[in-house]
Design a protein around this ligand. Structure first.
Ligand SMILES: Nc1nc2c([nH]c(=O)n2[C@@H]2O[C@H](COP(=O)(O)OP(=O)(O)OP(=O)(O)O)[C@@H](O)[C@H]2O)c(=O)[nH]1
Ligand SMILES: [Mg+2]
Length: 316
């Protein structure tokens, strides 16, 4: 395969809608929907390429916000490396400068469009928030665990993993039923643990979160019934991230990034290693381990979807 083609891609969002465009017939992969952007020119950086491409294609000036995801994809004739950025602000109204169709599409409707095959992780990344909270405690008391969930939701967290590693079987399911209802009322996506007996409650949840061990034992992505389910996985190294990607996991959590009080003996990856591992993987990846709210912006520039934390984003 020829050389890697670096491409800058911009996500413009207004309320619940994002700007999508349709590739012109006759171009590479013509007819598919995509996000505006194009190839790097010479030694341009991603923000420079993005500013130029969006001026040429949409007639707008932009201010990039942060990198959302970086991914690679092999088309039969080329390998592309997509540098996807969120756009903070844009000047003037986007218009079609090259005859391409433009549309502001509700994020909830994006599945109705046939996007370029490389774009699946971009769609996941757009839908995911940038903070992911875990409910877990040595405690086997469901009240304490439920209060943790309430505290996370009170902090504005909209994606929660119900780990509750102290509970098994019927106890876990009873708590899961209560949490699923609470999350539905509050617009929160709840991911359940892959433990026995969650069968009846799982269709009501947003999906599953696999431990690294469960991930490595899985030969394929667990099939979940119901609309738009997510399967997430915990990873600690490149091998686990690679397996997650191969079997079609939607997003990963990589840990421990920084030393934590909960895992004192474990050596932390550090940001440099985190960044290198995420660069080798084309899934959205949350950083876990010692994360505080002030790490969020930096984490995104290290390639993270966002940050994850057990119990909450307070000082621990
Ligand atoms: N712009 C854009 N390109 C994408 C996306 N996803 C994706 O796989 N690509 C691929 O990345 C490459 C970018 O090409 P492009 O045709 O937009 O590049 P360009 O604007 O510089 O066009 P040009 O070659 O006509 O000057 C294509 O091979 C395209 O298939 C996406 O969401 N947006
Ligand atoms: Mg283009």
């Amino acid at each position: 395969m020829g050389i890697d083609l670096h491409v800058a891609v911009g996500i413009l969002q207004q309320g619940d809608e994002v700007l999508i465009t349709r590739r012109l017939r006759g171009s590479h992969m013509g007819g598919y929907w995509e996000f505006p952007g194009g190839k790097f020119d010479g030694s341009e950086t991603a923000p420079e390429a993005l500013a130029r491409e969006l001026r040429e294609e949409l007639g707008i000036g932009i201010e990039p916000a942060f990198p959302l995801i970086r991914l690679k994809y092999d088309y039969p004739d080329r390998r592309v490396i997509l540098h996807v950025w969120r756009i903070a602000r844009f000047i003037s109204t986007p218009r079609s400068c090259e005859g391409q169709t433009l549309r502001w599409a509700p994020i909830a409707d994006l599945d109705n469009y046939t996007f370029l095959p490389a774009n699946k992780p971009i769609l996941t990344s757009i839908r995911l928030p940038d903070r992911y909270g875990f409910v877990d405690d040595e405690s086997r008391d469901p009240e304490i665990l439920f209060r943790q969930l309430q505290a996370l939701v009170g902090q504005g967290i909209r994606l929660v993993r119900l780990r509750a590693s102290g509970l098994t079987g019927a106890d876990y399911r009873a708590l899961a039923e209560r949490c699923v209802d609470y999350c539905a009322e509050n617009g929160v996506a709840l991911l359940l643990a892959d433990v026995a007996d969650t069968g009846s409650v799982l269709p009501e949840a947003a999906g599953l979160h696999l431990t690294a061990r469960q991930l490595m034992m899985a030969g394929k992505r667990p099939l979940l019934t119901g609309a738009q389910k997510w399967v997430a996985a915990s990873c600690h190294n490149g091998m686990e991230l690679g397996h997650a990607e191969r079997i079609g996991i939607d997003f990963a959590v990589l840990s421990p990034v920084l030393p934590t009080a909960t895992h004192p003996g474990m050596s932390a990856l550090g940001w440099e290693r985190f960044s290198a591992l995420v660069e080798g993987c084309s899934l959205p990846v949350f950083a876990l381990g010692g994360m505080m709210p002030e790490n969020l912006h930096f984490a995104k520039f290290q390639g993270a979807q966002g940050i994850a934390a057990i119990r909450g984003f307070f000082a621990q």
